[in-house]
Design a protein around this ligand. Sequence first.
Ligand code: PEP
Ligand code: MG
Length: 332
Amino acid sequence: AIENWKQIQDVENAAKHEDAKTTDGHEVDVVCNIATPGDAPSVLENGGEGVGLLRTEFLFEASSVEPTVQEQTDALIEIVKVLGSRQLVVRTADIGGDKPVSWLSMPEEDNPFLGIRGIRLSFRNLGMFRNQLEAIYRTAMWQKEQGVESGIHIMFPMIAKVSEWRQARDMAEEIRAKLGAPKLKLGIMIEVPSAAIQADHFAPEVDFFSIGSNDMTQYVLAMDRLHPELAAEADSYNPALLRLIAMTVKAADKHGKWVGVCGNMAADPDLASILVGLGVKELSIAAANVPAVKLLIRSVSFAKLKAKAQKALTLENSEDIKELYKDRSDLM
Ligand code: PEP
Ligand code: MG
């Protein structure tokens, strides 16, 4: 029996580089969220199988002017030098909302989380958006020169409408064609409820979905994720959020596309159990949480996770769902 914290860590560490496969053979990809090139080595050290979310805001926040294509490419090359051909989901700039940038003239907004952020900001700063796409494709070209097949995926944040996805996709394709770069997988974040509700419209066209549960929780409940009182109440056990996730997976499955979750909920073992049970294929989490989440997946049965997740979807309140997952013995 495992008796203390040290022993738990030993058990986690021993197996952190093995696949995350349930007792009945269902495999889940456990990858990492990173925010700078310096974070990349910790992904592999902790058993992460790739990067499910590179927050590229570091490229834009650090300097007082727009970084050049070369500077952006160099930063991305630093990351692929560590990851090789493993998956690297590069999210285009998610500036605005809680993430301002000094050198961009961004108007004061009464409700920045409902304002010009993410893809909306990129569409209003097309030069910046094009440069970022060029840097991403140039990184893939660099990999090709090295004889490495690129694992880079491009992901667009804050997509609310099908037309936005198509505009972003078309711009990426235009730049790729101009450079003669390799094709990369293109996907969207599902973090605005409208995108989850219309997942069946997006699914035939995208390569993948990644659910941003941090934002989707705040938008589905209309509770600011940074609000001193409300943030705690905006929890990711919320039945409405879980239903939107189930809806997204159902639409993706129908078209043979995969769904990941890159919000904080994916790192919580109970919430991760729900997500895998709902059919989420990839959990993207902080590197430090990889060993524990992999261990959890290896200890449970997918058939039982699925049955329990279906039960969770019938419950009315977060508290009821939390209670349902308190006892994990029925998942083994
Ligand atoms: C999210 O919204 O869940 C997410 C992963 O993106 P960020 O936290 O960077 O907004
Ligand atoms: Mg987000």
